[in-house]
Write a protein that binds this ligand. Structure first.
Ligand SMILES: *Cc1c(COP(=O)(O)O)cnc(C)c1O
Length: 220
């Protein structure tokens, strides 16, 4: 199957309100261009340097999403153009994004990455940490970032009941935090679901799926 065909198949299954992030990490620009020519405009990368290189070579109407864990010293390279940062999990990182966004006189949209998987994963905040962060004075001072939603990854397992309950957990946290709105916090996006589990994620309330291998084929 071609990239164009894969995109067509996936898009035909996505409800209208669900946005598709085409996860293009490790793939060459020529393959991203095939997705672009098929109409795909949101690309997801997990390494800042790789995203910058692709950004420079590709049409400027692409929305670049950073889906990986971000090191603070790399934020400056993408601050000018990044459309959404999915993996924010600390005030320290948020402060750096705010600082770099300010230099470019822009507001950068971010998602909090929540830890929902049972398996040990290094990244992601607890619901409690996310709640106290968005309610804090330090957070409200950050004028050049905006938290627009939550992101989570389910355990990599064949146990669909477990995957479903982890996605349910993220949706529940989202509904719980949603009322805490402010100038820089307006929760609208629930980013969950990848190639293997996006159908379950959508059933559980996802409105943004991040799909790589089902579009571009397996990565090395
Ligand atoms: C790689 C990656 C994806 C896409 O994974 P596939 O299984 O290839 O669809 C989605 N989200 C994150 C955070 C990733 O790192």
């Amino acid at each position: 199957m071609s990239i164009t065909n894969n995109l067509e198949t996936i898009n035909s299954k996505l409800p209208e309100e669900v946005k598709l992030v085409a996860v293009s990490k490790t793939k060459p620009v020529s393959e991203l261009m095939e997705a672009y020519d098929a109409g795909q405009r949101i690309m997801g990368e997990n390494k800042v340097q790789e995203m910058v290189e692709k950004y420079e070579k590709m049409p400027k109407d692409i929305q670049w999403h950073m889906i990986g864990h971000v090191q603070r010293n790399k934020v400056k390279y993408m601050a000018e153009f990044v459309d959404l940062i999915h993996g924010v999990d600390s005030l320290k990182l948020l402060k750096e994004i705010n600082k770099q966004a300010k230099k470019h006189e822009r507001v950068i949209d971010c998602l909090f990455q929540l830890k929902i998987a049972e398996e040990d994963s290094k990244f992601g905040m607890s619901a409690k940490d996310a709640k106290s962060l968005i309610s804090s004075e330090a957070f409200l001072e950050l004028k050049n970032i905006r938290i627009t939603g939550l992101m989570g990854m389910a355990t990599f397992t064949d146990d669909t009941d477990q995957v479903r309950s982890e996605f349910k957990r993220l949706k529940t946290i989202f509904e719980d935090l949603k009322p805490i709105a402010s100038n820089n916090c307006d929760l609208k996006i629930v980013s969950m679901g990848m190639s293997g589990d996006y159908a379950i994620a959508i059933e559980e309330g996802s409105n943004m799926v991040r799909i790589g291998s089902r579009i571009f084929g397996a990565r090395d």
